[in-house]
Ligand binder design. Structure first.
Ligand SMILES: O=P(O)(O)OC[C@H]1O[C@H](OP(=O)(O)OP(=O)(O)O)[C@H](O)[C@@H]1O
Ligand code: HPA
Length: 174
């Protein structure tokens, strides 16, 4: 089967929106330090682009969770592949994700982090597919709501490919 990629959000659109969200986050934290938790692997491009534009003090940690494997559908079972390096008690935690789809990954992850007593816990996502939600998740910052289509680029993969595309595209199988 062949795959083609149709552009959904151009590099310029994505970059412009990330700058807007970064300004909003910087304003909301009002000079306090934010502890960004990048959810690997998909969240890595967005985390870097966002972090570069924040004007508040930033620290960072990384977690890796997996529920999709090589499929385009969530397995429903969330697995922690890599845990945090440092504790988050008393910190202003900002979880940074590439996409919220069914909500299963983030619902699991936020509960897991809440139990570690951060001072505050917020969620920032590049993309959200609200139509696909199975589990409710409170999202604090969303760059784009998108339709129910499987997307790649800016960290998002299809069977580990296309993460490096500098824009968001829809995978079309022929
Ligand atoms: O809302 P959900 O239906 O749970 O889907 C969202 C999750 O799926 C993707 O991760 P994936 O498991 O593909 O891992 P990856 O980031 O390493 O590619 C994405 O990065 C989210 O973590
Ligand atoms: O649309 C998607 N693309 C890539 N990974 C994903 N994980 C959940 N939804 C998606």
């Amino acid at each position: 089967m062949s795959e083609t990629i149709r552009v959904l959000l151009s590099e310029e659109e994505v970059d412009k929106r990330i700058a807007e969200i970064a300004a909003k986050i910087s304003e909301d934290y009002n000079g306090e330090q934010v502890h960004m938790i990048c959810v690997l692997k998909g969240g890595v491009f967005f985390t870097c682009e966002l972090a570069k534009r924040l004007t508040i003090p930033v620290s960072m940690d990384f977690m890796s969770v997996s529920s999709y494997g090589a499929d385009t559908k969530s397995s429903g079972v969330v697995k922690i592949v890599k845990d945090l390096d440092e504790g988050i008690e008393g910190k202003n935690v900002l979880v940074v994700e590439d996409i919220i789809d069914s909500g299963r990954t983030l619902s699991y992850l936020l509960e897991y982090l809440r139990n570690r007593n951060p001072k505050s816990l917020k969620l920032c996502t590049l993309l959200d597919k609200p139509e696909r939600r199975v589990v409710e998740v409170d999202v604090d910052y969303t760059c784009f709501d998108i339709p129910d289509e499987f997307v790649v680029g800016y960290g998002l993969d299809y069977a580990q490919k296309y993460r490096n595309l500098p824009y968001i595209g829809v995978v079309e199988l022929g």
